[in-house]
Design a protein around this ligand. Structure first.
Ligand code: PLP
Length: 412
């Protein structure tokens, strides 16, 4: 399956598509000419040029000039004290677990409705994920249930900004401060999202971002740890450089470098940073184009929501989202299964999302739950994600919308 990269390279940000999908409803009973990919990332145009520069610099290991530029961009855009590029968001979360000094048996509060890395990063250090239910509106960690999950072993709270919609960071920060816990944001999906007017990633002690191919701003595999505490920043630099004070050495702050802490190799090559810089520079366009698709879906499905057959995403008034995911919540699992197969038959790649971690074999083995996870169990069975990408032509979104509408007309 081609995922857009090959045929969507454009110097400007015009939408380019190799397939013309008719826009009228008459297409619905004719076979779809091709597949609408679930994810269609945009290549913004300067990626190869920057990679060529990285190679010409003759310094393609980590922490070259492109890494520095990406970090400066992130620090400035997020408004954090420092940003360190990593080879994945998973790596950034693993760094956060080391920074939190997780010892065997220490507990970390997080949603069950998330990607495995949110939990695994802590399990790797012997930590115990404590799964708490999500809010029915945003599918984010329910801040009102967090305090009941705190025990003397709790070390950190790890909210996940699902679909790029911020958690209630004001409430979570107050709880974390009150109980002296580390607040570690899993902001993998939330680059460019805002909460109370400020960028996501500027409130927690640290925040982990992802630049994986499936996210909004991409470099294939990549991530970053945004840090809002200077002491943590100094230690994070060391953890990221295999536990050495190599970064201080390069800045001339020490005359030789040595092993000073635990650590690993969390740096990406400057070749990937070069790709990423091209994306970061065009990220306003990426955001704009994703929002266009998201808004198209949202307007189209208003009527279905009015009829009570689907529920659309809900964005709290103090959140500005980044159009990372467009999802619909349908009535039950049977309808979801039928809708997904209808979409597949019409050439549309749609999908569900997480299998709740507390119900997964490793989740049962390594974690525990706090209270009921009824909302997680219910909504995870009813959620459908629709195709969305910065290089996705609006015509494709129209086609997808029509296929969805057709499905529900068939049900009525
Ligand atoms: C994508 C994602 C990750 C992992 O990101 P990688 O960069 O692939 O390691 C972690 N948490 C959440 C919520 C994600 O969506």
């Amino acid at each position: 399956m081609a995922y857009g990269f090959s045929d969507t390279v454009t110097a400007d940000v015009n939408r380019v598509s190799s397939v013309a999908i008719p826009e009228t409803a008459t297409v619905l009973h004719t076979p779809c000419p091709t597949t609408v990919p679930f994810n269609n990332p945009l290549v913004t145009g300067r990626e190869l040029e920057y990679i060529r520069h990285a190679i010409a610099n003759k310094r393609i290991a980590g922490d070259g000039t492109f890494t520095k530029q990406c970090q400066a961009w992130l620090q400035q855009q997020i408004g954090c004290r420092g940003a360190l590029l990593t080879h994945s968001c998973t790596a950034a979360l693993e760094m956060a677990a080391i920074l939190a000094d997780i010892q065997p048996g220490d507990e970390v509060i997080l949603p069950s409705y998330t990607f495995v890395s949110t939990a695994n990063a802590f399990v790797l250090r012997g930590g115990v994920p404590v799964f708490v239910d999500i809010r029915p509106d945003t599918l984010n960690l329910d801040e009102t249930l967090v305090e009941a999950a705190i025990t003397p072993r709790t070390k950190a709270i790890v909210p996940v900004h699902y679909a790029g919609v911020s958690c209630n960071m004001e409430a979570l920060k107050a709880i974390a401060d009150h109980h002296r816990l580390l607040l570690i944001e899993d902001a993998a999906q939330a680059i460019h999202s805002r909460y109370q007017g400020k960028p996501v990633g500027s409130r927690g002690h640290v925040a982990a971002f992802s630049f994986h191919e499936t996210k909004n701003v991409v470099c294939g595999e990549g991530g970053a740890l945004a840090i809002n505490d200077l002491e943590l920043l100094e230690r994070a630099e060391i953890i990221r450089e295999k536990g050495t004070n190599r970064s201080k050495f390069f800045r001339g702050e020490v005359d030789k470098y040595t092993w000073v802490d635990v650590g690993s190799s969390f740096l990406p090559s400057d070749i990937l940073a070069a790709f990423l810089l091209a994306q970061l520079e065009q990220s306003d366009c990426i955001l704009h184009q994703r929002l266009e698709i998201w808004n198209h879906y949202h307007a189209t499905f208003a009527e279905l929501e009015h009829q009570g057959v689907v529920r659309r995403p809900m964005i709290p008034s103090d959140c500005e989202h980044n159009a990372h995911i467009y999802y619909l919540i349908v009535e039950n699992l049977d309808i979801r299964t039928a809708l997904l197969s209808h979409l597949k038959r019409q050439g549309v790649q749609a999908t569900f999302h997480y299998v709740p971690l507390h119900s997964a074999p490793a989740g049962r083995k390594y974690g525990r739950t706090s209270g009921s996870l009824a909302v997680t169990e219910d909504l995870s069975e009813r959620l459908v994600r629709l195709p969305l990408g910065a290089a996705m032509p609006v015509a494709e979104a129209k086609y997808v919308s029509e296929v969805v509408l057709e499905f529900f007309q068939g049900l009525l």
